[in-house]
Write a protein that binds this ligand. Structure first.
Ligand SMILES: Cc1cc2nc3c(=O)[nH]c(=O)nc-3n(C[C@H](O)[C@H](O)[C@H](O)COP(=O)(O)OP(=O)(O)OC[C@H]3O[C@@H](n4cnc5c(N)ncnc54)[C@H](O)[C@@H]3O)c2cc1C
Length: 534
């Protein structure tokens, strides 16, 4: 029986301390925190884990330098400290990166003022990163020939951090960590509403794969539905002081624009910061920030045009980027938290805070807003609230986050080297699977055929497919292509479809339903493309 089916049986049969609804970054980090501290946790997501906003971010772990403009010093401080903690705790996957910011003469602030801002930012972040620098226009012309220097007065450079792999993989690693601590997790299980019974909460859920409905019983509910938090609260009779409003953000992925392992930062024509973020041998460009009424949204021609026009004006490419250069797209809504009484007022949209708020009702916790960068704070706060709600945390002093020790990592690299696994592949295994990566080595020792490299572009081996099938609740092909790996970001549909290694992995992941999965994935993406182009 698959792990998902086993877990669905357990969800029906057992009583839980906490049911976490939603497996984006907020739900996943809460689940890892609560399970790590000893609570009995269940996690469900109505689609795949991290299949909404948490798969559409800029992959940045940052203190939010731009919020200094809105004088949100305490938010910036909190995010900077969170960034530092993530860098220290996940040294293999959260890495410091330089942000090279070309300064345009027409920008709101003079270059030196921005430079002072980066120093303030550096100080607020406890001087954790490399110090900021300032550069002349000549330097930009010489070292970053890709940047259009027509209106450029020079540049400044400061540090933040980014996720080496995609955001959804980072989220899934919290789900994995929760499962290692005994949490019962299932994707494609929708919560339809929760009601209070004598001994706690009863939540009606539907297994969207099998079609069955059943109830999950828990003492506490964590509503981590991201942009859908308000809808779920309505369905469960919860009244809150806060609510969400939505901002759509789009990125496009193109072939690598510059080999510099830096984030190129600009000010777009609407005054907002605009990034070119490295994504392996590709570049991720964005983002837009458009107010939308609904959490479900998609990329429009207008979004693409906005990004292409801006990037073509800011860069000096041999050939301007066109729609044909777009390999893939990322689109999500930022759930921004506001007080209900302020929701209708025309606040300065771009200045709305990106903080998170946690509201606690009668053993019912709702998480509003937030950022990926904030995930450890969210996890810790929810643990505190859960304790106040009477959840028994048998390991309350235990640290719940972070990759395994350096000693463990070095042992893994040594053993991988003995098996002649190239260093860069071993590093990715460690980032993806942490301590479970030892299992991959053990499997290769048992059967050397498992060492076959199936997807060279990301260094993906046969043994990983076997591991993912058993342990990573890969229910649909898109879970694998888009979220457990970033293949669907770095390859266009045609390349994916014609890739023999990907076909082979799909057969290994879905031995009985290969044809159906293959058909479904490519017919759905084809439909998505058709709809988006309208
Ligand atoms: C364009 C963009 C760029 C961003 N860039 C960054 C960045 O660089 N750095 C950063 O720190 N932050 C960034 N953010 C913010 C960050 O991505 C979000 O704050 C975060 O991903 C929100 O996570 P979440 O868990 O609240 O929501 P989600 O990731 O949306 O998760 C909610 C989950 O709940 C599930 N769900 C909903 N309803 C139900 C139900 N009834 N039953 C079961 N499951 C349900 C959904 O399927 C979904 O998986 C960015 C956001 C956007 C949009």
């Amino acid at each position: 029986m698959s792990l998902r089916n086993t877990n669905i049986d357990k969800l029906q049969q057992e009583n839980f301390d906490v049911l976490v609804i939603g497996g984006g970054i907020n739900g996943a980090s809460c689940a890892a925190a609560l399970a790590g501290k000893g609570a009995k946790v269940a996690v469900i997501d109505r689609a795949d884990f991290a299949s909404e906003t948490s798969q559409a971010s800029s992959n940045l772990v940052w203190g939010g330098i731009k919020y200094l403009e809105g004088l949100e010093f305490s938010l910036v401080r909190k995010l900077c400290l969170s960034r530092n903690k993530l860098c220290r705790s996940f040294p293999s996957s959260v890495r410091e990166i330089r942000f090279f910011t070309a300064h345009n003469r027409n920008t709101r602030h003079p270059r030196f003022f921005l430079y002072l801002g980066t120093w303030l930012y550096w100080l607020i972040g406890n001087g954790f990163t490399k110090k900021p620098s300032i550069f002349s226009k000549k330097f930009v012309e010489k070292k970053h020939t890709v940047i259009n220097t027509q209106n450029c007065s020079g540049a400044i450079e400061y540090s933040d951090a980014y996720l080496m792999d995609n955001d959804s993989r980072f989220v899934f690693n919290f789900i994995s960590s929760a499962m290692r601590q005994g949490a019962i997790c299932a994707n494609y299980v929708e919560a339809e509403g929760s009601s209070q019974e004598e001994n706690g909460w009863s939540t009606v859920v539907k297994d969207l794969q099998g079609g069955r409905s059943f109830r999950i019983r828990s003492k506490l509910i964590v509503n981590a539905c991201g942009p859908h938090v308000d809808f779920y609260n309505q369905n469960s009779g919860q009244k809150t002081k806060h609510q969400h409003i939505f901002s759509k953000g789009v990125h496009i992925i193109v072939d690598q624009i510059t080999p510099a392992q830096k984030v190129l930062t600009f000010f777009a024509n609407d005054g907002r910061m605009f990034f070119v973020v490295p994504m392996g041998d590709k570049s991720c460009i964005g983002t837009t920030d458009t107010k939308v009424a609904e959490p479900k949204t998609h990329v429009t021609q207008e979004d693409r045009d906005f990004i292409l026009q801006n990037i073509n004006a800011l860069l000096c490419l041999e050939k301007p980027l066109t729609h044909n250069d777009i390999i893939s797209e990322r689109c999500g809504v930022r759930p921004l938290v506001v007080e209900k009484r302020e929701a209708d007022q025309a606040a300065d949209w771009l200045k709305l805070s990106r903080k998170h708020i946690i509201e606690v009702g009668d053993n019912f916790i709702s998480i509003f807003g937030g950022k990926l960068t904030d995930c450890l704070n969210v996890g810790n706060e929810v643990v505190r609230f859960a304790e106040q709600c009477g959840v028994n945390l048998s390991h309350s002093a235990r640290r719940w986050y972070g990759e395994s020790s350096k000693q463990c990592r070095d042992t893994f690299f040594y053993q991988a080297q003995v098996l002649k696994i190239p260093g860069k592949h071993a590093k990715r295994w460690w980032r993806f699977y942490d301590i479970d990566a030892f299992e991959l080595l053990a499997n290769i020792r048992r059967d050397c055929h498992l060492q076959e490299l199936l997807i060279p572009e990301i260094g993906y081996y046969r043994c990983e497919a076997e591991f993912m099938r058993k342990r990573e609740i890969v229910t649909k092909l898109s879970d694998f292509l888009r979220r457990r790996t970033n293949l669907a970001m770095i390859m266009n549909e045609e390349t994916l479809r014609n890739h023999l290694g990907i076909k082979e992995v799909t057969k290994l992941l879905f031995p009985k339903t290969f044809e159906q999965q293959w058909q479904e994935y490519f017919s759905v993406t084809a439909n998505d493309n058709l709809r988006a182009s309208k």
